[in-house]
Design a protein around this ligand. Sequence first.
Ligand code: GDP
Ligand code: ZN
Length: 460
Amino acid sequence: MYIEDTIAALSTPYGTGGIGVIRISGGQAFDTANKIFRSSKTIEEIHSHTVTYGKIVDPKLNDVVDEVLLLKMCKPNTFTREDVIEIHCHGGIVVVNRVLELIFKNGVRPAQPGEFTKRAFLNGRIDLSQAEAIIDLINSKTVESSKAAVSHLEGRLSLRLKSIREVLVGLLAHIEVTVDYPEHDIEEITGENVLENLIKIKEELITLAGTFERGKILREGIDIVIAGKPNVGKSSLLNQLSGSTKAIVTDIPGTTRDIIEEYVNIKGIPAKIIDTAGIRSTEDVVETIGVNRAYEAIESADLIIAVLSADTGVTEEDIQILKMIKNKKSLILINKTDLVEKNSISKIKQQLSECDIVLEASVIKDVGIEELETAISGLFIKGDISSNNEVLLTNARHKYLVDRAINDIEQALNSFETGMPLDMVTIDIKSCADSIGEITGESIDEAVLHNIFSRFCIGK
Ligand code: GDP
Ligand code: ZN
């Protein structure tokens, strides 16, 4: 068991919530609680995993700070596998800070970001990819992205990787015996055996690496820019997609002077949608700044929705915009179809025959929005993301290590082809096993650990 000093932090977000939960973890947790908690029972008398009502009292001044509920949890059945006290305070931030201060005066130090999770990892309760899944879960923006994190948290990625690593370690042991003790009784491992196993593992790792793009989209989301000349319905579209009226909609061309952003959920994909100022040359200085920022936003976007208006047809301004986004992933939306006849829509479509995806909509009538969302999600994710249970690689560190492991295997396969002796191949196999071990934390150094856990917020 890994033993350290006792730590505490506020585990709920800072601010004026209804309650604030303070968590204390470590060998001194119960002693400290005893000093500042008054109720009909002492901490020793309270049963593990039960809640007790009482008061937090400054022992020096005998001053009641807050009425609280206290949860006592004895190791090892706790998140950190240490003794844990949770204090559910009533108060706003001032009260929570006073309680924390009392705790820190009584033998406990403030937790660093991610330190509770780090202890859970170091005490063997979770492995590293699970710890990272906790960060992902805290940061996840849609149900689907949180599902991917939960699947990691349940250890599905770890299980998969552990079984691969076991095969590698088994191979290593077998090769060693074959090479070092030629006269042993164990069945000899042949080059063919090793080769077969390595090819299989390589395929498995490549499949896993292939899920990263999708995992990354779920985790980080995509940036979408809505582009188009003034008054085509860009802001209305943003409002429709986000279900709010944050963007200013007017019938005066050029009212969206700056960039407006909104986070929305498009069929499970977290998306940041940016409504740009109408793109056109203008004398108005404020508007010019907006237009320049629109160009920048288009450059860095993952997808551009170019909005045209059916009632004006394709104008010179539209053509300029289409030219500008020619090399970007984009789709074209012909809006305001409610204002025109069917055959004029067909005419517009003919003019746009060189564009890949052309959709129709009447944004204010909520027509064509569903189709638009389906098209967007189809551009980034093949198939239904929520229905399959495969393990997705969502973390850049994991992707890097899986790629390294694939590289090692390829190295090993190369050595085979050039007729190297078996024991030379073991170097690459070992390195592959190490790469995989770094994902789950079976082989990892302190610096990497520090880096990972510092990405948490305090109290997690
Ligand atoms: P933006 O300048 O491109 O952001 O355009 P807005 O979203 O501000 O819309 C300009 C005007 O067009 C507003 O009066 C909207 O109500 C109107 N509008 C937007 N979408 C539609 C549509 O589908 N049909 C019709 N008839 N009017 C629309
Ligand atoms: Zn607008």
